[in-house]
Design a protein around this ligand. Structure first.
Ligand code: 3EB
Length: 326
């Protein structure tokens, strides 16, 4: 007999090593992401290339829905939707719009209007990939400009912040890339008691605090969506220059967030593991083998792990980790 309780169909996240055309041949695949300059080209709107170089041969990241998918393009925006899930991605050429601030404002106002028009009024998770993220001094730093533009694009359109990642690319292409997952019902923002909420960061980090929650807990068809997490305690970066200590602090922050989320959803596994998808952004390419070795010691052996060479938005931070969990 069927349960009278609605169970949301699950969206699965994983890393896969198949051939791209075969992955895309599955009609329930919502999104495939290829990493680095060796990622193949494909014009399917469910496929996205991210210009961050992987450590070793990169798998594809695959999001798979329990239902059929429809997909298309709308200008520079690509989208795919299935039931209550919408995946979208957008590239904005900074030179064409006058810089990073305006690129971020246009990206967010465009994508939020698009999502609302399709009935997906609840963005749940954003990934932002920004070339040369720490270039510029003081309040002219590009990441601070991105924060100003993002806040302007969101203003009046969102009453709560989803989880996010904002990470630097090294490819020299001044195009802002944003991709996201949206739903029809808002998720709950989860904050970390070890950290000041990013949207309350003090003035020293720029005139506009970053607009993101530490994690989103949405319906039970979605994992806990954990934001980019680094060695930040309170609002300060801790352990500058000490890679192992930064990794330890980052994992403590993630454990803490999972602990808070488990108060709302006790069925969530208590630690990262085979039911998680872990993405690790490493500032210095030469640190990648060490980061991988440390994480293999610290995490369950079957934990899906992808390491990418990327620039964290504070110069002293050597590593950042984001995850879909549970
Ligand atoms: C931090 O804790 C590290 O601006 O969207 C992590 C995740 C960070 C998301 C964002 C920034 C963002 O502040 C940086």
């Amino acid at each position: 007999m069927q349960s009278i309780v609605d169970v949301m169909p699950r969206l699965q996240f994983g890393y896969a090593r198949g051939a791209l055309p075969e992955l895309l041949a599955d009609p329930q695949v919502l999104t495939v992401i290829g990493f680095g300059r060796d990622a193949p080209e494909h014009d399917d709107p469910r496929y996205l290339q991210v210009q961050l170089e992987p450590h070793g041969a990169a798998p594809f990241e695959v999001w798979r829905s329990a239902q059929a998918v429809t997909a298309g393009r709308d200008g520079e925006l690509q989208w795919a939707q299935s039931g209550d899930r919408l995946f979208g991605a957008l590239l904005v050429d900074e030179a064409a719009v006058g810089g990073i601030v305006e690129a971020a404002r246009i990206a967010y106002s465009t994508l939020l209007q698009f999502c609302t028009a399709r009935g997906f009024t609840a963005p749940l998770r954003f990934w932002n990939y920004i070339d040369a993220i720490t270039v510029g001094d003081g309040d002219d730093e590009r990441y601070r400009g991105f924060n100003r533009g993002r806040a302007a694009g969101i203003a009046g359109r969102l009453d709560r912040y989803p989880a996010a990642t904002a990470i630097g690319r090294h490819d020299g292409s001044r195009r802002l890339q944003v991709y996201w997952l949206a739903g029809r019902m808002p998720g709950r923002g989860i904050e970390n008691p070890r950290q000041v909420s990013a949207f309350h960061y003090p003035r020293q980090y720029g005139p506009q605090p970053p607009s993101f929650a530490r994690a989103t807990l949405a319906d039970d068809g979605l994992p806990l969506l954990i934001s980019g997490t680094a060695s930040v305690v309170g609002h300060a970066s801790v352990h500058p220059g000490d890679l192992d200590a930064q990794l330890g602090e980052t994992l403590r922050n993630i454990d803490s967030l999972i602990g808070v989320a488990r108060q709302q959803r006790p069925a969530l596994p208590s630690a990262l593991g085979s039911h998680s998808l872990v993405k690790v952004y490493v500032r210095n390419r030469e640190d990648m083998p060490r980061v991988e070795a440390r994480l293999r010691e610290r995490l369950a052996p079957e934990t899906p792990l992808l390491l990418l060479h990327a620039e964290v938005c504070r110069r002293e931070l050597l590593v950042e980790i984001d995850s879909c969990h549970g």
